[in-house]
Write a protein that binds this ligand. Sequence first.
Ligand SMILES: Nc1ncnc2c1ncn2[C@@H]1O[C@H](COP(=O)(O)OP(=O)(O)O)[C@@H](O)[C@H]1O
Ligand SMILES: [Mg+2]
Length: 388
Amino acid sequence: MRSNVSLDPTRTGREASQLERDLRRLIVGQEEAIEQIVNMYQMNLTGLNAPGRPIANFLFLGPTGSGKTRIVEATAEALLKNSKSVIKIDCAEFQHSHEIAKLIGSPPGYLGHRETHPLLSQEVLNQHHTDAQKLSFLLFDEIEKSSDALWNLLLGILDKATLTLGDNRKVDFSRCLIFMTSNLGANEMSQLTTSKLGFSSALPATDLTARNNQKLGEKVARTGLEAARRKFTPEFINRLDKIVVFKPLGESELRKIVDLELNQVQQRIFNSSDRPFVFTASDGAKEYLLKEGTDVKYGARHLKRAIERLLVQPMSNLIATDQVRGGDWIKVDIADGRISFNREAEELPVHAMAELVDNSIALPLASLAQAISAEPAKIQTARSSRRS
Ligand SMILES: Nc1ncnc2c1ncn2[C@@H]1O[C@H](COP(=O)(O)OP(=O)(O)O)[C@@H](O)[C@H]1O
Ligand SMILES: [Mg+2]
């Protein structure tokens, strides 16, 4: 039967859309990177990605602290429910041939053969597979520092999705998403942007500056790509599915990241202690952290460090001295130009603490849901009667 129906190839399926939503919660900006990851995941779900190759080969360029590593962790967090499941290879650590043996093991008969557990064995790759997701996340950081031996190994993996270990066992990478990062061209890129992007975005955005910023963004991307083409061989570039240039983060992005980072600190508190407490931060406190944590060179990394120094360390002193206890609600504010802490309430049940956390950011926390359901029945009843 003939029909004439126009189809929309830009719509994604349910699972890919869910991944996109999760990534948008966890990652600020970097739209193109999100889109490319979602595209490759969608191809994998429908079985249309190239056979005999890894699920995806990505090269991420751009400045330090712009989210290149974080987006890989966030993808793993969204799909495997575990951001720690990314297998990271720091390329600078594998310069010499004996160091390559740490990755692939040494041939039988070599001294120490028995003791080597290659970092890239099939067991290591598969260790985080779940019933729902047979995926592995492999991250090669700072690939411009790779030795020739590592390059050759990498080229084989990217092209054929296989690697032969020292003892001749074969490792299959066809269930891997492979991410490579490089700071290449980052200096040239930041020279383009420091004067123009970044904190100028705090100025009222007129159409003109928006257009200029877009033009500038394109120029930055081009600079990054050119640097990559100069440094990397065509045979490497041709094996990549996508090169994404990450943008330097401006003030409005860093402001959103403050919220994300504070949320992560709260998650740490919920995860690490059986008597968790909750904290909320005033706008003044957040502005202070933003101001202290702003640095063009290190992007959000500097912000993260400022939060550790100004919030997490003092908080751990408060815990160690019993000034903060499980069930407390701590208000973080600013007093005399410094971060201040005030106990607003105590002996709160877990669900009441959970309600104080902004749930629009971050993904639902399994441990928290467990803690709530493990609460004494009395509290549970109180909650359900209050809700009804
Ligand atoms: N775009 C972003 N969205 C959310 N958080 C970010 C972003 N960029 C950086 N961060 C935060 O800063 C930290 C450092 O960023 P990272 O991804 O390691 O930078 P790099 O680009 O150098 O790999 C991350 O762990 C994350 O907490
Ligand atoms: Mg990184």
